[in-house]
Design a binder for this molecule. Sequence first.
Ligand code: SF4
Ligand code: SF3
Length: 548
Amino acid sequence: MSRMFCFQCQEAAKNIGCTVRGVCGKTEDVSNLQDLLIFALKGLSVYALKAREAGVSAKEADRRVIEGLFATITNANFDRRYFIDAIRGAIAERESLKKALGGSMATLSDDERDAATWTFREEAQLDKKAADVGFLVERDEDIRSLKALILFGLKGMAAYTEHAEVLGFSDPKIHTFIQKALAATLSTRLSAEDLVALTLETGEYGVAAMSLLDRANTTTYGHPQITKVNIGVRKNPGILISGHDLKDLEELLEQTQGTGVDVYTHGEMLPAQYYPAFKKYDHFAGNYGSAWWKQDKEFESFNGPILMTTNCLVPPKDSYKDRVTVTGVVGFPGLKSIPAREPGKKKDFSALIAQAKTCKPPKEIETGEIVGGFAHETVFALADQVIAAIKEGHIKKFVVMAGCDGRMKSREYYTEFAEKLPKDTVILTAGCAKYRYNKLPLGTIGQIPRVLDAGQCNDSYSLALIALKLKEAFGFESINQLPIVYNIAWYEQKAVIVLLALLYLGVKNIHLGPTLPAFLSPGVTNVLVEKFGISGITDADADLKAFL
Ligand code: SF4
Ligand code: SF3
């Protein structure tokens, strides 16, 4: 079997890349198939762009491209079968577009030809082909690094776009950009400067995708409200829902109503508790547990069925495997799966509900409440209080500590950093990074809690809107004049698009940890340092001194 090489997440082995088996549990064959799916999606993108120009519908290609990219995100899908089917589907759609365009290959460039024509007869051919299309084929480390940065940003963008589309919100410009950028990464002629420009454009479309998702979520479910979320348990059996997909939660809440089964959120589903549309359900019980990487213990003690709607899935232990069901792009061999919605229909969660009724109620692992719901509209409503607190010196600094959590011990830094922050600072957060400090007694400044949780990782967009609003209120020319420090934790590729979006919005001096991405070459790191002042982190005491 050809050797895998994956360096897309923060836990890449030795901060270089995983080569035998992913630290995440991804096997070599799945990693290779993911590379091959990306290659097939590039070929499909070449034809989808031509189709669009010719006025031929590329809707099916749009769907396949974003779902395919999403499925390759860290901790989303570990199922070899899923990727073989997705590769087959991408090739079939490419051929159908080719046919609709008259079957011509004359306009293909040399760089595009292989991806736009390659096909296979037997599955045994796949592994060999994967060796020709992975990142290591690119010899120039800066070009490889920039192409990786763009691709990983596109994966995050695809995930956010898919969430918006599930709710009926679509933007054809985002699809066109994703396909254009995927096709561009086939080119051997783009210089590092061209790719830096494409990286920034990726950030621009990242903002568009997050804005689209924000509109989709708030139009469908209302604007998040300040909410106290119970972290204890009730006496009924429960279903635990994790991941980022709010539509799945909506349908699960509808179908569990009146069944005697409670619904709890886990990980990145916590912010669903802040939406008005879900508050009407009495059986929406609270949040159970914390960030994704603790699921091996928390899924065990939950006792009931677990629904994984997106990443982050950890390969499940045998002891609770029969209680985990996946849906959407999530996959793992041997787990039960709920099929996609048929047009005009809902997903069917009845098997999950029946299983819950046979299970014991969740075991209590903690008690108390956490407070959240500080998305843009909530904070805008508090603007007068916030501005007064800044002017009177009660708030000296905001510290954006958004992003992802992860299992590395070095992430204890974020708890220590939050604990040691002076009392006149406020943490702005989004994403599962918050679990490192959202249960600490950090107190309030007047009525304002010292941790303001805007929501999921995609709601980092909210934090950018809040910064822009403050800039306007203070009459500053640049958001970098605001008393805001950025200390962002990253793990998977959604954090990459959040980072690129912030760079596009002009945010400078972001500190990124716990380690800088393995896919950044020294040359590309230098560009990010020079252009944007990006830097890593050291230890909490030294950083507190330096950042504040
Ligand atoms: Fe390694 Fe991360 Fe890739 Fe998994 S996703 S194989 S942990 S680099
Ligand atoms: Fe967390 Fe996976 Fe990224 Fe959406 S759930 S932030 S890591």
